[in-house]
Design a protein around this ligand. Sequence first.
Ligand SMILES: [Zn+2]
Length: 206
Amino acid sequence: MNDSSNPVKRFRIEPQTGAAFTIKQGQKIRIIDVEGEQVADLYCFEKEEIEEKLSSGHTTDYNNKLFLSKGDILYSNRSNPMFTIVADKVGKHIMLYAPCSQVMFEKSYGVTEAHPNCLDNLINGLKSYGVQASQITIPLNIFMNIEIDLEGEIKIKSPMSKAGDYIELRAEMDMIVGVTACSAGSCNNFEWTPIDVEIYSGDAVL
Ligand SMILES: [Zn+2]
């Protein structure tokens, strides 16, 4: 019998990097903001059929909300549950922004040198599973904090997450998962720190 209080796997995503791994239905993943105020992007695919993948549009539709927290379900582009948020120390996450990319840094910030970014970090890990950059759409923007006014204008705020805060997601299918420690500026309060990942056995027979 598995001890569900101890992770079966634990690893650190260093600042401005990413990781990819597989997870089984019923397992839980805990994403930990080690030092606080650090956004993590998460994107996922059905393990055997990568045409089925995380969908911001479906998730917004079925949850009827823009801010995601405990009890909310992340859906695939085929309307199947992929993850359920089962614990959340912060209470506010979004699934609106594309992963930051080299092009985004060039267009939005005038960057001319190579800049670490979530899209490259996601694809670096996911390519070994056969994923191409064009297959990655909108990730779960974990710990990302925005405000939306009545006209729909968005302000990016510093994350509300403090050191050690986490979100826990239960996998509802077998998946390939990519997670990054974001490299963008204002959404991370202009500091780049690590993200820890823990995988728990959950209630499923593995
Ligand atoms: Zn990013």
